[in-house]
Design a protein around this ligand. Structure first.
Ligand code: GDP
Length: 191
């Protein structure tokens, strides 16, 4: 899929025109967001961090049919008032083209109040979401199955996708789900 980077914004008013379906990616820093975007794109378009702690921004990437929007950190979900947090809050409240959210977390982690805060917020707003368990290659088969089961139970996620950007596993299934359910849905047909 041909993806290109469009822009990074810290203010909601600077978002690109609301003319394509958008999928928001959220997750702690180091969750594997940039690596997943690069895997979606099949090339290095997102910056993979070696150190956590980037500024909160909305980063827009685009194909012919939809956009992927990357937003580092969870400040927005726990009431953060930094400029970027406010932009993400406004984006979630007001963006008409937002079709779904991918909540990313390292498959080795435990479900945390940060993730729960995001999921609660999405439930209030009625925004569809799916849980993406990253770095699946880090676990052996038995641990992988246990963690997937546990996190599915704890999150009550409607869909769970274990992926490895490194080994390229689970990526096609995730892209297919996003495209069929959130991009290609009837209300996105051209008028
Ligand atoms: P971000 O901060 O959420 O954008 O996370 P990054 O994509 O920058 O990844 C954080 C770190 O995890 C980097 O060192 C990546 O190389 C590593 N990483 C990301 N995805 C995978 C994966 O699927 N497998 C493994 N083993 N490491 C990964």
């Amino acid at each position: 899929m041909r993806f290109k980077f469009i822009k990074s914004v810290t203010k909601f008013k600077d978002c690109p025109p609301a003319n394509l379906p958008e999928i928001l990616i959220v997750g702690r820093s180091n969750a594997g967001k940039s690596s997943l975007i690069n895997r979606f794109a099949n090339e290095k378009i997102a910056y993979v961090s070696s150190a956590p702690g980037r500024t909160t921004l909305l980063n827009f990437y685009q194909t012919k049919t939809h956009r992927i929007v990357d937003s580092p950190g969870y400040g927005f979900a726990i009431g953060g008032r930094k400029e970027g947090d406010v932009a993400v809050q406004e984006y979630l409240n007001m963006r008409s083209t937002l079709k779904g959210v991918l909540v990313l977390m390292d498959i080795r982690r435990k479900w945390h109040t940060d993730e729960q805060a995001v999921v609660d917020l999405l439930a209030i707003r009625g925004i569809p979401w799916a849980l993406v368990l990253t770095k699946a290659d880090k676990l052996n088969r038995k641990e992988f199955e246990r963690q997937t089961r546990e996190l599915k139970k704890q999150s009550q996620a409607p869909q769970v996708f274990p992926v490895s950007s490194l080994k390229k596993t689970g990526i096609n299934e995730l892209q297919k789900f996003v495209f069929e359910n959130w991009v290609q849905s009837e209300d996105n047909e051209p008028q």
